[in-house]
Design a protein around this ligand. Structure first.
Ligand code: UDP
Ligand code: MG
Length: 330
């Protein structure tokens, strides 16, 4: 069987309003390319008519394939499912809402021809995104840069091109907490970037709610840095030092300032609250890591598949999702 040269992966969660325009713009790009393309639409448990639209596209255009996850597993897992199934030599990941302009793909492919195996897109500007989102994103990327063990580039999203070799490595990684931007940096290889201005969403609402974005951010930090654990040790040390200092202070006041109000009830209360807060914080940080160990230890499949179109998958695979990522259907 001949496999397409290019695979485009588009995660979709309630995007019925954007799908027709997304397909129109992506297929215009597909026409320009020198070789065969497959467009993999991954339905991440949409509750609108997205899946129906995807089925129709698959019927009318054989280049379109789709995977439908059995529920909403989140953007990163949807993309992971797409990566597991992609058959091309060159794989491109882009959002359905056209915030990642498909017209950039030929430029990315150009870079790939020059020998780069990872080409990621860096946002120079974000149009019409709330100041809150821009501000928190700005802070997060800078914080991640300081804390992470690998060099994760600032303001790079999931929009990228990956060579087959890179995707094979990503697919063989068993971890469940998939912060793809981090993993993409972690694998190494020849990497480069192109810059682009992030357009406003074409239609529909933002699917990354604040809590989803926060979860992604914590995931990124915890998956790529052990520094928070160390920070909790430092805070603990600092608290111990403060306690010793306070001990001496109280002693001093007792002896030399007999009626100081600071020696009584207040200081005890403050100290109790302070120590309590420090302990809870440290347990919380520890919990983030322990929780992840628990998640990994359970070894559940990353996702379950409800339906596929355009891929040959056995019924057993459908039932089990993909337990082992190395079971690449290629
Ligand atoms: N998405 C998804 N599952 C989710 C949330 C989002 O597959 O649980 C998809 C969504 O359909 C879109 C992409 O991920 O194609 C990015 O989502 P969105 O535009 O809402 O996020 P933002 O652009 O604000 O990062
Ligand atoms: Mg978007």
């Amino acid at each position: 069987m001949v496999y397409p040269k290019y695979s485009f992966i588009v995660p979709i969660y309630n995007e019925e309003k954007t799908i027709p325009e997304m397909y129109r713009r992506i297929s215009a790009v597909m026409e320009q390319l020198d070789d065969s393309v497959e467009l993999i639409l991954v339905n991440d448990g949409s509750r609108d008519s997205s899946l129906k639209l995807m089925r129709n596209l698959h019927q009318s255009d054989p280049r379109v394939c789709y995977l439908s996850l059995a529920r909403n597993f989140g953007h990163q897992i949807a993309v992971t499912a797409g990566l597991n199934f992609a058959r091309g030599q060159v794989i491109v990941i882009l959002d359905a809402d056209l915030q990642d302009p498909p017209e950039l793909i030929p430029d990315m492919i150009q870079k790939w021809r020059q020998g780069y195996q990872v080409v990621y897109a860096v946002r120079t500007q974000r149009h019409k995104e709330s100041w809150f989102k821009r501000f928190t994103a700005y802070l997060f990327y800078r914080l991640l840069k300081r804390l992470a063990d690998v060099d994760i580039p600032n303001d790079s999203g999931d929009f990228c091109l990956l060579d087959r070799q890179v995707v094979d490595v990503l697919n063989s990684m068993p971890e469940r907490n998939r912060y793809l931007r981090g993993l993409r940096s972690w694998v190494g290889f020849q990497q480069t970037f192109i810059r682009f201005e992030r357009e406003p969403r074409f239609a529909g609402d933002v699917k990354y709610t604040f809590s989803k974005s926060l979860a992604l951010a914590v995931n990124g930090l915890v998956s790529f840095s052990k520094l928070p654990l160390r920070i909790s040790t430092y805070i603990g040390l600092l608290a111990a030092l403060t306690a010793i200092l306070m001990g001496f202070l109280v002693l001093y006041w007792r002896i030399f300032v007999p009626h100081s109000p600071l020696t009584g009830f207040t200081i005890i209360l403050v100290a109790i609250f302070f120590i309590g807060a420090v302990q809870l914080l440290c347990v919380g940080i520890l919990g983030e890591y322990v929780g992840r160990i628990y998640e990994e230890a359970k070894g559940r499949p990353l996702y379950t598949l409800g339906e596929v179109g355009g891929f040959s998958v056995t019924g057993k695979q459908l039932e089990a999702g993909f337990k082992s990522l190395s079971e690449n259907p290629r």
